[in-house]
Design a protein around this ligand. Structure first.
Ligand SMILES: N=c1c2ncn([C@@H]3O[C@H](COP(=O)(O)OP(=O)(O)OP(=O)(O)O)[C@@H](O)[C@H]3O)c2ncn1[C@@H]1O[C@H](COP(=O)(O)O)[C@@H](O)[C@H]1O
Length: 109
C-alpha cells in the first residue's frame, strides 16, 4: 500500500467525525463512541486471525485490510492518523540500522 492512500483515507476519516451517522458507516462508528469502534476492531482482529489460520491468501488480504481500516478509524477517534504510526515505524527502522545498511549497499560501499 502506498502511503498516499493512507493519507487520503486519513483525510476522509477525519471529515467523517463531523458527518451525519445516517449517511456514513464511519460517522456511525464515531457516533457510537470508542467502545463501538473497539468492539469492531476486536472483531476484525479475530477475523484476521481466523483467515490466517485457514491460509486462504485472498481472505487474509481482505481481512487485514478491514483490520487496518478499523485501526485508522480508532486512531482518528483519538485525533491521530496513519502519519503518527508511520513515523514510529520509521523511527524503529532507523534504530535497527537496517536503513543505513540498505543505503550503504545501494551506494556500493
Ligand atoms: N475502506 C473502507 C472500509 N473497509 C471496510 N469497511 C466496512 O467495514 C465493515 C466490515 O465489517 P464486517 O467485515 O464485519 O462486515 P459487516 O458484517 O458488513 O459489518 P457490520 O454491519 O457488522 O458493521 C463493512 O461494513 C465494510 O463496509 C469500510 N468502510 C468504508 N471504507 C472507506 O471509508 C471511507 C468512508 O466511508 P463512509 O463512512 O461509509 O462514507 C470511504 O472512502 C470508504 O472507501
Amino acid at each position: 500500500m502506498s502511503d498516499e492512500i493512507l493519507r487520503r483515507l486519513d483525510a476522509v476519516l477525519a471529515a467523517r467525525r463531523e458527518a451525519d451517522p445516517e449517511s456514513s458507516y464511519v460517522a456511525g462508528l464515531h457516533a457510537g463512541g470508542i467502545d463501538r469502534i473497539l468492539r469492531k476492531l476486536g472483531e476484525e482482529c479475530t477475523e484476521t486471525v481466523v483467515a490466517s489460520k485457514n491460509g486462504e491468501r485472498d481472505d487474509i488480504v481482505y481481512e487485514t485490510a478491514d483490520l487496518w481500516f478499523h485501526s485508522l478509524v480508532m486512531l482518528s477517534h483519538h485525533g491521530l492518523d496513519s502519519g503518527s504510526v508511520l513515523a514510529e515505524l520509521e523511527r524503529r527502522f532507523g534504530l535497527s540500522g537496517v536503513a543505513e545498511k540498505a543505503a550503504r549497499n545501494k551506494q556500493g560501499q
